[in-house]
Design a binder for this molecule. Structure first.
Ligand code: CMP
Length: 432
């Protein structure tokens, strides 16, 4: 059984989309130009469509979030859904009438050839499964889907124009088709130069032109609106970042913040953008998820940080899961005072990257880098901050609240003991 999001299935879906597009473009053209419709391309398309029927019996399908790969269930599902349409498109029925002469023969062949168009019905599903399996930008995928359908519509309208005798009959068929395409695009785009016009004495051409004009007007508005939003959304994150920056800038202007403060706020967002390519609040996304899922994600994301902190080295998995759930990421800018000596304490910090300086009465006593922690002494002693801590560079830290710190100490003796040892060392150094 072929899993629905396997590489082979993706490759097959792409091949199928290209084949269906090519066949839908080529067959009406061939039919109208009087070329032999049963050449190598016809048989190649037939082969791909026939293989698609066979594959249908061996492709697992999704039912809600579940993948069903039981052979009997897959067979039943396929027979009930796409089998009939796939088979109809794959069978080379028109060949049976290849030798019928005259206009009735070509009309029957044309109708039977047109049966292949039922395959277009399946394209919506093919695009949906490609989108899921490929993990591409949804806006880019919409652009591809739009190009697919738009090229088909333009082609059919052009061929229809030729079929009702539109344009002059001069020159090779290829040239006539090109003129029809030109007429179609100028009409759909509502440009209407008027150099190629319907024959005023041919009612069908007049009606056809009006219908295409009306269609053009509605599609034109749709295209302009959609393309603009598609392009704006191609880089969703960049667009979100720009929106956020504009919002923040507007806020700072309206509150008349001093330029220095404004620059610091800008630097903060630029730093977030450069390091994460995002300004969205990770915490808000995690808060929406079920607790267990959020913990697994935090553990995955913060594993590197936890490994850097010697205090956590060798700690049991259970302990790490608890810690990681409570850590809140906080970024500090150079020169930020993270802690001020003498204030009340309600949390401690772990440094993930960057460097901070510890100052006692304005005198530097230590520098702490990635993997270290600070702010624990006041929590432990239940008093006031024993020192100030200032960021020297951009610092990525994780904050642990007082209640969570107390809970962890109460639960894990080893953690409590190691924290106490480090605090004793630090306090001895300050008193020196
Ligand atoms: P706290 O007193 O809560 O706030 C200031 C923090 O600075 C303190 O906790 C310690 O984490 C840290 N600190 C104080 N003295 C030193 C030192 N000598 N070396 C490293 N860190 C220190």
């Amino acid at each position: 059984m072929l899993p629905p999001d396997s590489r082979t299935k993706v490759a097959w879906d792409i091949l199928l989309a290209v084949t269906v597009l090519a066949s839908s473009l080529v067959f009406p053209y061939r039919l109208l130009s009087g070329q032999d419709p049963f050449d190598g391309i016809y048989w190649l398309v037939t082969l791909v469509l026939a293989l698609d029927v066979v594959l249908g019996f061996f492709t697992a399908f999704r039912k809600g979030t579940e993948v069903v790969d039981d052979p009997a269930a897959v067979r039943r599902h396929y027979l009930r859904t796409w089998f009939a349409a796939d088979l109809l498109a794959a069978l080379p029925l028109p060949v049976l009438f290849a030798s019928v002469p005259g206009p009735s023969g070509s009309a029957v062949r044309g109708l039977l050839l047109a049966l292949r168009l039922v395959k277009l019905l399946k394209m919506k599903e093919v695009f949906r499964s490609l989108q899921e399996a490929l993990d591409v930008n949804p806006a880019a995928m919409r652009l591809v889907v739009f190009a697919f359908w738009f090229s088909l519509v333009v082609h059919f309208v052009s061929v229809g124009w030729l079929a009702i005798g539109g344009g002059d009959a001069e020159g090779a068929f290829g040239m006539r088709y090109l003129r029809a395409l030109y007429w179609c695009i100028t009409t759909i785009a509502t440009v209407g130069y008027g150099d190629i016009t319907p024959d005023r004495s041919a009612p069908w051409q007049l009606v056809y032109t009006m219908a295409v004009e009306l269609f053009g007007v509605s599609v034109y508005g749709f295209i302009i609106g959609n393309i603009a939003s598609l392009i704006a959304n191609l880089d969703v994150r960049q667009a979100a970042f720009k929106r956020k920056m504009e919002e923040v800038r507007e806020y700072m202007r309206s509150r008349r913040l001093p330029p220095v403060l404004q620059q610091r706020v800008r630097n903060y967002y630029l730093y977030l953008w450069e390091t994460r390519r995002s300004v969205s609040d990770e915490g808000a996304i995690l808060a929406e998820l079920p607790h267990t899922l959020a913990t697994d994600i935090s553990l995955y994301l913060n594993r590197a940080v936890l490994e850097k902190v010697p205090l956590f080295r060798g700690a049991p998995e259970l302990f790490l899961r608890e810690v990681v759930r409570e850590l809140v990421p906080v970024v500090f800018l150079p020169e930020d005072y993270i802690i001020r000596q003498g204030e009340h304490a309600d949390c401690m910090y772990f440094v993930s990257s960057g460097e901070v300086e510890v100052l006692v009465d304005g005198r530097s006593v230590a520098r702490l880098g990635a993997g270290s922690f600070f702010g624990e002494a006041a929590l432990l002693e239940g008093g006031l901050r024993t020192a100030s801590v200032r960021a020297l560079t951009y610092c990525e830290t994780y904050r642990l609240s007082r209640s969570d710190f107390d809970l962890l100490r109460a639960k894990y003796e080893d953690f409590d003991r190691r924290v106490r040892e480090i605090v004793a060392e630090r306090m001895a150094q300050i008193r020196k």
